[in-house]
Write a protein that binds this ligand. Structure first.
Ligand SMILES: Cc1cc2nc3c(=O)[nH]c(=O)nc-3n(C[C@H](O)[C@H](O)[C@H](O)COP(=O)(O)O)c2cc1C
Length: 209
């Protein structure tokens, strides 16, 4: 498991529905003392406001996370990169970022990663993860999906990414949206190699039965 002072994790937020998955994942990484290098696309910025309100806008993100998820998020650190800055550290394989998650991942960004386009820092950083054989977790959200979108997921999986669709489960008897977000964030943290207690492992029985 990456240590508290270990390498950083990149977290990209793009313009697919599910901003709460991004904020929950970011808060969970920060509360584990992780240095999170955040990149947010223009539509990712819009999504934060549209789905979570002005209080979760990029400029208010750190106070929003502390207010919603607790002061433990202060154990970690955020570096915010511009999605237009293709000269940022994340754009190079020499940077010591050990893994990356794109949550949520739009079909546009998925296509860019699948085809190695590197048009933005999100796409370039993902490309770096693939070429350096590091962990890349892609959390796509769309429904229904077209054949090109399905093929793009296959291309990413063949290149070494983990496709972790935004598909929360219901066997844990979720009561709130936060329960659903906890489930997805837990899956993402597991994929990145972190221990967590965001969702209980399956025991063979539905919770409460
Ligand atoms: C409120 C809202 C919700 C959206 N939801 C999705 C979605 O779930 N999946 C998707 O692929 N695109 C969705 N889009 C469209 C993308 O945001 C759009 O294709 C955008 O160009 C993606 O750019 P990005 O990948 O650079 O963020 C949504 C747009 C808006 C405004």
């Amino acid at each position: 498991m990456p240590g508290e002072r270990g390498p950083s994790i990149a977290l990209a937020i793009t313009g697919a529905s599910g901003a709460i998955y991004a904020t929950r994942t970011l808060a969970a990484l920060l509360s584990r003392g992780v240095h999170v290098e955040v990149v947010i696309s223009d539509y990712g910025r819009r999504l934060l406001r549209d789905e979570l309100g002005d209080q979760a806008a990029v400029e208010n993100l750190t106070p929003y996370l502390s207010a919603k998820y607790g002061s433990d998020v202060g154990r970690g650190r955020i570096t915010l990169h511009s999605n237009r800055d293709l000269g940022a550290t994340l754009a190079s394989g020499s940077h010591g970022c050990s893994g990356m998650v794109i949550v949520p991942c739009s079909m546009k960004t998925l296509a860019g990663v699948a085809h190695g386009l590197s048009r933005s820092l999100v796409e370039r950083a993902a490309d770096v993860m693939l070429k350096e054989r590091r962990r890349l977790v892609i959390v796509p959200r769309e429904t229904p999906m077209s054949l090109p979108q399905l093929r793009n997921m296959v291309l990413c999986a063949e290149a070494g990414a983990m496709i972790l669709p935004a598909m929360p489960a219901f066997y844990q008897q979720p009561k709130t949206l936060d329960d659903l977000a906890d489930f997805m964030a837990g899956k993402i943290l597991s994929a990145l190699g972190f221990d967590h207690d965001l969702c209980a492992p399956w025991t063979g029985r539905v919770a409460g039965s």
